[in-house]
Design a protein around this ligand. Structure first.
Ligand SMILES: [Zn+2]
Ligand SMILES: [Zn+2]
Ligand SMILES: [Zn+2]
Length: 267
């Protein structure tokens, strides 16, 4: 059986976010991450966060066969070093990511050691075949300060889209309708960017520095869940997102807010 477990549902900073008073009453959320179990029981981790220890425990797993990375922003990669000799001392873990991500790893002393010591074996492709499941990388526009960004389509009998970060729907959809775009990729379960609920959520910062399509806009675009629609699950929640306290605006339309431990059977 092929299955995916949600191991983290927060934006890169996690919840609680460092030094934030607003988070004191919020349930903990780890930075975004997924665990994919293939048809032979192989374990494939999406994103390497600093909460890797807790996340593998939640998944009931002590080692992984591979790691997929979407992009280089901190919460998605700051656990890479945990695979090295100071911690897991892993060997030969497949590292599935883009060419620009591998180049960044090669240029970053802490990470390049992980390659020279054989912890990770980089494997750059756009389509990866695993037992009973394929994983396809789809490039999406997202602040490319350090690397490009790829969403992933995880396809077995059912298809799951992992799109934790992107800048705007306009750029990602390139003129297509959101529902038509999801249908085009035959998505049954869409785990999508729910960083901010609204466009004025960061009171003391310029929100245009960290563009993400607000959930409010996504809900307007997709409306209520209809007969034949797949599931949409909002993930990558910033600590300021009111969905961390009350999920009603999403659930009343028939969609979901991600929670650590949620799992999805794909075959
Ligand atoms: Zn992120
Ligand atoms: Zn907070
Ligand atoms: Zn990002």
């Amino acid at each position: 059986m092929v299955s995916v477990t949600l191991l983290g549902t927060a934006q890169d900073g996690g919840v609680p976010q460092v030094g934030c008073e607003c988070c004191s009453n919020l349930t903990q959320r780890y930075p975004v991450s997924l665990g994919l179990t293939d048809a032979d029981g192989g374990k494939h981790l999406f994103e390497a966060t600093r909460h890797l220890g807790e996340q593998l425990r939640l998944w009931g797993c002590t080692e992984v066969d591979s790691v997929f990375l979407t992009h280089a922003h901190i919460g998605h990669v700051d656990g890479l070093g945990l695979f090295g000799k100071e911690t897991m001392a892993a060997k030969g873990v497949n590292l599935y990511c883009s060419k620009s991500m591998v180049e960044l790893i090669e240029r970053t002393p802490h990470w390049s050691n992980l390659l020279s010591e054989g912890v990770f074996i980089p494997r750059v492709a756009s389509l990866y075949q695993l037992p009973g499941v394929t994983v396809e990388a789809i490039e999406v526009p997202h602040r490319a300060e350090l690397s490009d960004m790829h969403a992933y389509l995880i396809k077995a009998e059912k298809t799951l889209l992992f799109l934790p970060d992107h800048d705007t729907w306009q750029e990602t959809l390139r003129g297509h309708d959101l529902r038509a775009w999801l249908n085009h990729f035959e998505v049954d379960i869409a785990l999508i960017d729910g960083t901010f609920y609204s466009s004025d959520e960061l009171k003391h910062r310029d929100q245009s520095e960290v563009p993400h399509p607000p959930v409010e806009q996504t809900l307007q675009m997709i409306g209520e869940r209809r007969e034949g629609d797949g599931e949409i699950v909002f993930i990558h929640l910033n600590h300021t997102n009111p969905l961390c306290r009350d999920e009603t605006p999403v659930t009343e339309l028939g969609w979901k807010v991600g929670k650590e431990g949620m799992s999805f059977n794909l075959s």
